[in-house]
Design a protein around this ligand. Structure first.
Ligand code: ZN
Length: 417
């Protein structure tokens, strides 16, 4: 530990990591207490909303010089996924630091690191006396890892959120393994979870009756799996950037039957589907409906998750995105925005018509989100704060005439953003 013993940035990060805000049944009180303390130290106002009981949303605000302009939201979630402690080299909530600077803890990547990077960037900027035009809100939300139903979903749809007058949001992506690249996303796929149930007449296992549940379910599984095979072909042949740009289907559960020599009354198959943004969602739905009709009588389906399609954030010509991209580029880092293969809280913000970009400013790091031995090196954490400082300054000042590093003076279009 020695080397970082007196490093406040590291110690604050470790303090946050040590709070076991892990599913299930999280008590968020210690997170709220910790964040209130941070706001107090920074001399910034903090508001704690509770849109559902025991599900606090913490918002720390750094007011800009022109508070009427649309603001910037830096969002992170406070919750982390469960651990299999026996597979960890160091206890997952001890935030142990190795001799070579690796902090081992659940949340070092997903995403307490990002939440603290947001805060430390603002802290550094404030201490340096930086001036920002737009107000910056730093939010900490609950329950992202269990679908955000009582977290960002309620917050983003609230009057309180509207009053924050947000013009641009930053949320999580994931660390990049390369030394000079960031993952960034401007859109997400749509989650759908469907269970198809096929009913047939029971009978003896030695007959060759028609209209059996088995025949129907075979037809259904074949349709879903053929679609899946098509997508697999595409990912092999087309120049697409990862899973985010194709539709994935996985058969995840099979149920039914009572005994091996009895024709089952019903058999069901459940599928986890993630629809790519370019796919016509209504047509996709109709296609499934048609398959079920074709499979025969007594075939029904039920959606367990049926998320609405959320339009991608427009990045071309968006001055906030341009400011973000230019900042990253000036640092010699590559950032190509693509579609997020998973789901994040940014979808609820996009649903409100607010552009959102997922970016975790951490590189040179193996992707260990939700994995054993999730860890982050202190050097990369600090480099993340360096980058975020510049990003915050750039996006919070969009609309200001300034000189770039080459010496010319481009006008960042302010208009009515
Ligand atoms: Zn996350």
């Amino acid at each position: 530990m020695s080397k970082w013993e007196n490093d406040d940035e590291v110690q604050r990060f470790r303090e946050y990591l040590k709070i076991p805000s892990v599913h299930p049944d999280i008590d968020y009180d210690d997170c709220v207490k910790f964040l209130r303390k941070q706001a107090e130290e920074l001399g910034l106002p903090v508001v704690v909303y509770e849109f559902a009981p025991r599900k606090p949303v913490v918002v720390i605000t750094w007011q800009g010089l022109e508070p009427d302009l649309p603001s910037i939201l830096l969002n992170s979630h406070m919750d982390v996924v469960p651990v299999h402690e026996e597979h960890w080299t160091y206890p997952p909530f001890a935030a142990h630091v190795t001799e070579d600077g690796w902090i081992y803890a659940r949340g070092t990547q997903d995403m307490k690191s990002v939440g603290m990077i947001h805060l430390e960037a603002v802290r550094r900027l404030k201490q340096a006396g930086a001036k920002i035009k737009r107000t910056v809100h730093i939010s900490y939300v609950p329950d992202e890892e269990i679908g955000s139903q009582e977290g960002m979903k309620l917050f983003a749809a609230s009057e309180e959120f509207k009053r924050l007058n947000i013009g641009f949001e930053l949320d999580e992506s994931g660390p990049h393994h390369k030394p000079d690249e960031f993952f960034a996303f401007h859109g997400e796929r749509t989650s759908r979870q469907i269970k198809v149930t096929c009913v047939g007449d029971p009978g003896h296992g030695s007959f060759l009756s028609s209209g059996t549940a088995g025949e129907k379910i075979a037809y259904i599984i074949d349709k879903f799996m053929s679609y899946r095979a098509e997508q697999t072909k595409q990912i092999k042949s087309r120049t697409i950037r990862g899973f985010g740009e194709i539709t994935t289907i996985n058969l995840t559960q099979l149920e039914g039957g009572v005994q091996i020599n009895v024709l089952p009354k019903s058999l069901s198959a459940s599928f986890d589907i993630r629809i790519a943004p370019h796919v016509d969602h209504d047509k996709f739905e109709e296609m499934i409906d048609t398959w079920c009709k074709e499979a025969g009588k007594g075939v029904t389906y039920e959606y367990f998750v049926k998320n609405p399609q959320v339009p991608n954030s427009q990045i071309e010509g968006n001055p906030f995105y341009t400011a973000l991209a230019d900042t990253v580029k000036d640092l010699g880092i590559t950032m190509k925005s693509s579609i997020c293969p998973g789901a994040t809280d940014a979808r609820f913000v996009r649903l409100q018509g607010i552009p959102a970009i997922n970016i975790t400013p951490i590189r040179n790091t193996p992707l260990l989100i939700h994995n054993h031995d999730e860890r982050l090196n202190i050097e990369e954490y600090k480099r993340g704060i360096d980058v975020m400082e510049k990003i915050v300054l750039a996006v919070a000042n969009v609309g200001i005439r300034h000189t770039n590093h080459k010496g010319d003076s481009p006008m960042r279009e302010s208009a009515k953003l």
